[in-house]
Design a protein around this ligand. Sequence first.
Ligand SMILES: [Mg+2]
Length: 177
Amino acid sequence: MAEIVNPWTLEQIKADPSLKRFMNKVRIWSNEWNLWWGKNSNGYTDNKLHAQIYTIEDALKKSGHCGPEKGIVYYPVHAIDDPEGFEKLGKVYAEVKAERIRQDELWGVQDHHPVEWLSILGEEFGEVSKAVCEAHFKGYESTGNWDNYRTELIQVAAVAVSMVECLDRNRDKGESK
Ligand SMILES: [Mg+2]
């Protein structure tokens, strides 16, 4: 699979530590051996799935002492490529999917013109705005209650998915909406 993120060398990060903002978790690649750093800092591996995943801070602690001859490169780990992150991401997608099912159960399959859809999305966006206002200005923030904000965001995502479904469905039928 093609890499979907930019790798950065140790030398680049030493020259510009602000590059760390592009990295949360990373795998460490050795250009000296053309292999990944293995699990628990135990040798090397040619199998990316067996490479250790580090936070960028831990990666720098373990490998920051290496000279340029080691050819240390950090590959950011995208959420979908990180077993722990994938689980969390999968949970969010599952919530969006459940919301999509709920919408169809409420209103049936919806076919609207894109302009009409945008007004529906705008209405949902407005509900996120209301929820965030209430959380921020009415003091709910102090109690950490962002539940409504989160619920409305899932609804926005589900409406956006429904818009894409509608577009694809009708485009396949050769219709304009
Ligand atoms: Mg809503």
